[in-house]
Ligand binder design. Structure first.
Ligand code: CO
Ligand code: CO
Ligand code: CO
Length: 313
């Protein structure tokens, strides 16, 4: 079945659907949930909620209502853990200016949590990964390495300070970044999650029929990530990402393979990758810095040829 009001459906690799209700208003709908990535249940709730809300921000929309999705081993784990997860989620929803309107929970041996989010956007102004234009600059709003650090955390190799830092990055909403890009007026956006910077950039390159060139040395990276990557602490999903992208990847000579590991690292609640016209790039970076986003770095550019390829220089 088709419907002229379905503006973004399942055909593209965007993570949310967009449906036009009136000439002025379209709905954005998205859902995401996963198993705990940090040990503290309140922090897990914050990270999971920020991650779920991110797909609305990546389209330049505003989240309106949220519903909890919960899997919890009621008989084996204390209810206070569940309460803390939901509290972390609710505090994050409030920070987003959205409303919690319900949810559903099931008994399950493994804890899982996330949100289904409904947001609003103007039907002619939403962003997808398909609008990147040759000559655009690429800006990234959070540093990479959360997959590697989460793996180190599970192996009890992370100190208090590093845990706090990576949790703060993952729990940060992409709200400020989205507002900055909407104010600036940009061409395309995608949020960086499980497929890593390379995977999501490849989605953008294919959808936009363009080539994306990254300047590896300019990509913001969480300090400890290089160290753990050099010790082989790289999650399986990140290795898969690298293999999945390899056919479309052109890595320049002299690029550190560890840096390529990090560019492919599966992120949880990562930042926005924004494709912005060159003459507006300085404006965007300034707006991001004014809002103190976790990063505001120009990491690459968009070229016309070869389409569907990621170059690392
Ligand atoms: Co998603
Ligand atoms: Co997404
Ligand atoms: Co129900």
């Amino acid at each position: 079945m088709t419907d002229a009001n379905l503006l973004v459906g399942i055909e593209t690799s965007d993570d949310a659907g967009v449906y036009r209700l009136t000439p002025e208003i379209a709905l954005i709908q998205t859902v995401d949930f996963f198993t705990p990535i940090v040990n503290d249940p309140y922090d897990f709730g914050r990270v999971a909620a920020a991650n779920s809300l991110s797909d609305v921000y990546a389209m330049g929309g505003k989240p309106l209502t949220c519903m909890n999705i919960v899997c919890f081993p009621v008989k084996d784990v204390d209810k206070t853990v569940l309460r803390a997860i939901l509290e972390g989620g609710l505090d994050t929803i409030h920070k987003a200016g959205a409303l919690m309107v319900g949810g559903h929970s099931v008994e399950d041996p493994e804890i899982k949590y996330g949100l289904s989010v409904t947001g609003l956007v103007h039907p002619e102004k939403f962003l997808t990964n398909a609008g990147a234009k040759p000559g655009d600059m690429l800006v990234l709003t959070k540093p990479l390495g959360t997959g590697i650090l989460a793996t180190a955390l599970k192996a009890r190799m992370l100190g208090e300070g590093a845990i706090k830092n990576v949790t703060g990055i993952m729990a940060a909403l992409n709200k400020d970044a989205a507002e900055a890009m909407v104010e600036t007026g940009v061409n395309a956006c995608t949020d960086i999650t499980g497929f890593g910077l390379l995977g999501h950039a490849l989605g953008m390159a294919k959808a936009s029929k363009a080539c994306i060139r990254f300047h590896a040395g300019r990509v913001p990276v969480i300090p400890e990530a290089m160290t753990f990557a050099s010790m082989g602490i790289v999650p399986g999903g990140s290795r898969l990402n690298e293999r999945f992208c390899s056919k479309h990847l052109d890595v320049g000579s002299g690029i550190d393979p560890l840096l390529v590991n990090i560019l492919a690292d599966a992120q949880t609640s990562g930042g926005l990758l924004i494709s912005v016209p060159k003459d507006k790039c300085g404006d965007l970076v300034k707006r991001l810095k004014d809002r103190d986003t976790p990063a505001a770095d120009i990491v690459g550019e968009v070229m016309s040829e070869p389409a569907g390829v990621i170059q690392i220089r």
